[in-house]
Design a protein around this ligand. Structure first.
Ligand code: NOJ
Ligand code: CA
Length: 502
């Protein structure tokens, strides 16, 4: 019953930045609903929304105060039901974000726990422990945070216990069992209202001190068994960035992301933000043409083997935590080759809102709702208002891209030669030809500039570099059905081609 996922194109929506329905400057569910026509026109099958639950917004909603209430800045539960129904009538499923590993320190559970030494919903020590945060309540001691200090980790137990560290409860202790049940109840609440599943935040973080994440995977496998039985139509996508572990661990799909493995960063990371992670010397989709697709291909192959057909690897364009495709020196003219790859490779494509028109990562923005991680790494640049038309966006959650030539949906929709039309045409081509989709075969013919691969009766070639490049293969015998700057296996800078072979 989750077959729909196999050939889906996903679209991620940052709700506060997408569309404002009531004119208060913050995106909301009614605004989103009014833009469903656009998403249907674009051809996406499912949207996933960042958290839109009641929250003090210290981490833009990843600090949940109440899992069952829509934050009032986004609307009401009725608005959510209307959105989900209206999306379904247009063939689009809605997934929500399940923040499974922690709550806000303003959640009623945590407020109670901070005054009650017997409460075991969170991870508490009687004294001060390195990495723990002092108790804000009458309870002595400290608690373990999961991300920011105001995000106390829910207690799913430890894979390894130690009598000297009594806060390390086993995974089947009462608190962890209660929290696991709570996850089921929260999911049921939203699925019963029509939601089609969840993107799960920090899915790998649940069981602590868990070598190879074996106990965490066991927990999710158990939940997956329950989902398959109780809600067989629902899907779980993990923020884990290790599909070879996450998918056998129970998820329908896992994203290749920036924080683990090199698959994602070796493709797109051109240094637009500086992080504590090792620098990618040259990513593959870079004008200099000094990268290679090999790191991506190696991790992808390893994951495909481990998954063995039981789920998918999702490849996003970017997300709310990472610079957009159009970031740093990568300009919009370079993106068509990237989209040709994204939409003809057998991963599950996920388009981050605005990337389809080439919205840019905007450096130098203020720290809004915890966007700033370090002085050199501000996530706000990827969270700016969706650019619907020439006017300044109605959403003022963050300043808009100030460039006079910033792209917008209205202009690109009116221009058949625009990036937006290229993305839409590629989505349509993928849908019409399952060989180009997630489950079709792929044979790599040249892993360099240009990257050339065969997908059934199609041959795809992309050149992410600025210099012309030719693959040392026989020229494809067939018809160019999509592309620009291509002559056989020789491509101009940023050229891209899909041939139908004879
Ligand atoms: C990952 C989310 O994507 C990010 O935005 C958030 O800050 C952390 N998890 C904490 O929930
Ligand atoms: Ca609003």
């Amino acid at each position: 019953m989750t077959d729909w996922l196999r050939d889906a194109v996903l679209y991620q929506i940052y709700p506060q930045s997408f569309a404002d329905g009531n004119g208060d400057g913050i995106g909301d569910l009614a605004g989103l609903e009014s833009r469903l026509e656009y998403l249907a026109w674009l051809g996406v099958d499912a949207v996933w929304l960042n958290p839109c639950f009641d929250s003090p917004m210290g981490d833009a909603g990843y600090d949940v105060r109440d899992y069952r209430t829509v934050d009032r800045r986004y609307g009401t539960q009725d608005d959510m039901v209307r959105l989900v129904e209206s999306a379904r009538s247009k063939g689009i499923r809605v997934l929500l974000d399940l923040v499974a590993g922690h709550t806000s320190d303003q959640h009623a559970w945590f407020r109670a726990a901070a005054d009650d030494p017997s409460d075991d919903r969170y991870i508490w020590s009687d004294g001060q422990v390195t990495g723990f945060v002092p108790s804000p309540g009458s309870r002595p001691g400290s608690y373990l945070p999961n991300f920011f200090s105001f995000q106390p980790a829910l207690n799913f137990g430890y894979a390894r216990t130690d009598p000297a560290e009594p806060w390390r409860q086993p995974v089947d202790a009462e608190g962890p069992r209660r929290n696991r049940q709570e996850l089921r109840d929260i999911m049921t609440h939203w699925i019963d209202l029509g939601v089609s599943g969840f993107r799960v935040d920090m899915a790998a973080s649940l069981v602590k001190d868990d070598p190879d994440r074996a106990e965490t995977a066991k927990l999710w496998r158990e939940l997956r068994g329950w989902i398959d039985h109780r809600h067989p139509q629902a899907v779980l996508l993990s923020e884990w960035s290790d599909p070879k572990v996450a998918v056998p661990g129970g998820f329908h799909a896992d994203f290749f992301l920036h924080f683990s493995g090199m698959a994602f960063r070796s493709l797109w990371d051109n240094g637009a933000v500086k992080t504590r992670w090792a620098k990618v010397e040259s990513c593959f989709f870079d004008a200099a043409g000094l990268g290679s697709p090999e790191d991506f291909l190696a991790e992808w192959r390893e994951a495909v083997e481990a998954i063995d057909g039981s789920g998918h690897i999702s490849l996003p364009t970017s997300n709310h935590d990472w610079p957009r495709l159009a970031s740093g020196a990568r300009t919009a003219e370079q993106l068509r080759a990237a989209y040709t790859f994204l939409l003809t490779w057998p991963t599950l494509p996920a388009i981050y809102y605005g990337d389809e028109i080439g919205m840019r990562y905007v450096p130098g923005l203020p720290d809004v709702e915890g966007s700033q991680i370090t002085p050199d790494y501000n996530r706000a640049g990827s969270r700016t208002p969706m650019q619907w038309d020439k006017a300044d966006p109605a959403v003022t959650y963050l300043p808009a891209d100030p460039s006079p030539d910033r792209p917008n949906v209205a202009d690109q929709r009116a221009d058949p030669g625009s990036l937006l039309h290229t993305v839409r045409d590629l989505i349509a081509l993928r849908r019409a030809n399952p060989e180009l989709g997630t489950s079709g075969e792929v044979e790599v013919l040249h892993a360099g500039y240009p990257l050339v691969y065969r997908r059934g009766r199609f041959l795809v070639a992309v050149n992410p570099g600025a210099a012309p490049a030719a693959a040392p293969i026989d020229p494809p015998r067939g018809r160019l059905i999509f592309g620009a700057g291509a002559e056989g296996a020789r491509l101009d800078g940023f050229g891209y081609a899909i041939y139908e072979l004879v």
